[in-house]
Design a protein around this ligand. Sequence first.
Ligand code: NDP
Ligand code: PYR
Ligand code: MG
Length: 751
Amino acid sequence: MAKSKVTAEEALAFHLEPTPGKFEIRATVPMTTQRDLSLAYSPGVAVPCEAIAESPETAYDYTNKGNLVAVISNGTAVLGLGNLGALASKPVMEGKAVLFKRFADVNAIDLELDTEDPEEIIRAVKLMGPTFGGINLEDIKAPECFIIEQRLKEEMDIPVFHDDQHGTAVICAAGLINALHISGKKIEDVKIVLNGAGAAGIACLELLKRMGAQHDNCIMCDTKGVIYQGRTEGMNQWKSAHAAKTELRTLEEAMVGADVFLGVSAKGAVTQEMVASMADNPVIFAMANPDPEITPEEAHEVRMDAIVATGRSDYPNQVNNVLGFPYLFRGALDIHARAINDEMKIACAHALAELAREDVPDEVALAYGKALSFGRDYIIPTPFDPRLIHRIPVAVARAGMDTGAARRPIIDMDAYELSLKSRMDPTASILRSLNTRARAAQSRMIFAEGDDPRVLRAAVTYQRSGFGKALVVGRADDVKAKLEAAGLGDAVRELEVVNAANTTHLQAYKDFLYERLQRKGFDQKDVHRLAARDRHVFAALMLAHGHGDALVSGATRKSAHVLERINHVFDADAAHGAAGITAVLHKNRIVLIGDTLVHEWPDEEDLADIATRAAGVARHMGVDPRVAFVSFSTFGYPVSERAEKMHLASDVLDQRRVDFEYEGEMTVDVALNANVQKAYPFQRLTGPANILIVPARHSASISVKLMQEMAGATVIGPILTGVDKPIQICSTVSTANDILNMAVLAACGIG
Ligand SMILES: NC(=O)C1=CN([C@@H]2O[C@H](COP(=O)(O)OP(=O)(O)OC[C@H]3O[C@@H](n4cnc5c(N)ncnc54)[C@H](OP(=O)(O)O)[C@@H]3O)[C@@H](O)[C@H]2O)C=CC1
Ligand SMILES: CC(=O)C(=O)O
Ligand SMILES: [Mg+2]
C-alpha cells in the first residue's frame, strides 16, 4: 500500500520555506579576517591560478572541480510531464543537486539551458567543462539526448552521463536481477515488454541485452505501439536497433504471456487486463514519474503473484535512478575518471542487487517505519540505506580502474572504503580503530537482553564479524524464534544461550550476591529472585565470575534502572569513581563530555576523577586528551561560588601529576576556540580542548542534547568508565548497530 502521499500544498510549502528553492552555497574556508581575504582572493589566489596554468591536473587539488557536478537540462522531458521548458525543470534539477549532496557528498549545481537545439547545448556544456569534474544530463528528451551525450562524451575529458538513460538502466537492471531471482527465471529466457522508447527505454533495453536478455524475446513499444521491423512512423535510428521481427502491433498484444513489463512511458499506460494476461509471477516495473504506468494496488488486484516496482518513494520497491547517480559519480570523481563506462554501470547494478539480498540495518527500518528483508516487496535497496555510500562507489571505482577510465587510480581500497564511510558518518574512523582493537581482544561478550531482536542481531554480527564469542542471556526457544523471525535462523547454533536454568554456577552467583546485599535489606529470597530472574543482574554475575569478559545491556530498560541493577554486583557508582563519558562528533571534530551518567553534582575531587576517566576514553579513541573544566566564568571572572570547584579541580590534577593537558575554569568558547584562547596567554592547553568536564549532570545532559538537536551532532555514549570490568549501557532507542558499537567499546576494555 502507498503511504505518506504528499499534497500539492505541502509540495509548494516545502519549496518555498525556509528560503525559496532547495539549496544554497557555503564557504569551506574561514572568511573572517583580512588575512583570510588575502588568501582566498587577491593576492593569495594568484598562486593556485599560476600552478593550475602550469599543471592543469592540479585543478583537482586547488579548486572544487574534483567534487563538482553540473546537472544540465533543457526541460524537454521533465519526469513524465513532458516538455515544460528550461525554467520549469529547475525544481527537478535542484532536487537532483541536493540528492547528490545528501547521498554521496557530491557538490552539484543545476544549470537550465533555454534551448532545444542540440548544437547549442553541446557548445554550452563543452565550454563550461573546465569548471566541473562531471556532467549529469537530465530530462532532455530523446532522440536529441542521444546526439548530445554522444558528442559530449567524444569531446570532453570528464564523465558525461545522461542519468535518464544510464542511471535508470542500471537501477532497472539491479531490480530485475533480484526480481528474476525471486521468480526463478533467467534473463536469457524471459519475454520482456518495454513501453517508452525514449531516453530511459532505449538505455534500459540496451543494458539488459548486454546482460543476457535475448533480442528476439524483447518487444519495445512507444506511442504508436510495437516497434517492429519495417515500421516507418515515428521511428529513429535508436528505435530501429530494437525493432522486433513480429506480428504483434499493440502493447496489449505484446503483454500476453510476457514475463517482464518495464514502463518508462507515462501515467496509466498499462491496464489491469494487460497485467492479467502476463505469465506466472510477472515482473512489473512501472517506472514513469511522478505517476506510474499502473499502480501496485491495481496490478495486485488482478495478479497477486506479480512483483511490482515503481519510481516513487511511497511504494515498496522504488526503482529510481536516485540509487545510482550519486554513487556512480562518487566513484567516478574519486578516480578522476575520464568517463563512466559500461563496466562501471554493470558493476553498480550488481553491487546494488547484492546489497538488497543482505540483512538490512535497523537505520533503514527506522527511516521506513518497518523492517525489510529480501523478497517480493524488497528487491532493491532503499535510498536511505547507509551502506550504499561505501559499497557502490567502491565497485564503480574498481571497475573504472580495471578498464582504464581512471586518471588517478586508488591504491588502498580499504582506506577508500573507510573514507567513504566517514564522509557520511563521522563515527566511522573512530569506530574502525576500535573495531580493530576489539577483534584483537576476542572478548566473550555477554549480551544481557537476549529477549530483544535488536540485541540478538547485534550479537550475531558481533560473532560473525570476528570480534569474539557472543553469550546471550535468554531462553533458548525464545532466542530461536526471534532469530528466525529476523531471518537469522541459521545463527541459532552459533550463539551460546545462557540462563539461570542452564548454568551450573547459579549457587555461586547467589552466594556472591548475598554477600554483597545482606546488609542492604535483601534476604535470600530477594537474592534468588535477582540472580535467577533479573537478566541484568544475572549477566553482571556472569561477568563478575569471569564467565564472560565484557557486558552490554540497556536496550530494553532505562539506563538508570540497568545501572542500579548492575550496582548490586559491581561498584558502578559515583562513590567508587565510575563516570559516564559521551563523545560528541560534529564538523570533523570530536569532543568528549563528562560526566553524563553517574555523578549528579561532583565536587572538585570527583571532577578530577572524571577528567582522568575521560582522558582514558579519549586515548582509547585515538585522541590525545586536552581537558577543559568548563563553567560560565573564565579564570575567576565573574566571581562565583558555583564556579569555584571547576577551578579547584585543576588544582587537584596539579597535585596528582597526571599525564594529560588540563586547564580551567573557562567558558566553552575559550575551551574550544584557539583564537579566543590567545586572550589568555598563560593558559596551558596547547590547542582547543577535546574534553569538556562540566559542573553537573544536568549541564552535561543539556550540552549533549543541545548539540544533537540544534547542530545535528552525532553522539556516542554515554560510555561507562571506572568500573572493575568493561560494562556498557546502550539506550532504549538503540539500533542493532548502536548495540554492536557499544559491545565493541566494551570489548576494547573501556570500562
Ligand atoms: N524511475 C526512474 O528512475 C526514471 C523514470 N523515468 C520516467 O520514464 C519516462 C520517460 O522518460 P524519458 O525516457 O526521459 O522521456 P523521453 O521523452 O525521452 O521518452 C519518452 C518515451 O515514452 C514514449 N511514450 C510516452 N507516452 C507513452 C504512452 N502513453 N505509451 C507508450 N509510450 C509512450 C514516447 O513515445 P514516442 O517516441 O512515440 O513519443 C517516448 O518514446 C518518464 O515518465 C520518466 O519520469 C525516466 C528516468 C528515470
Ligand atoms: C527519476 C527521473 O530521473 C525521471 O523520472 O526523469
Ligand atoms: Mg530524469
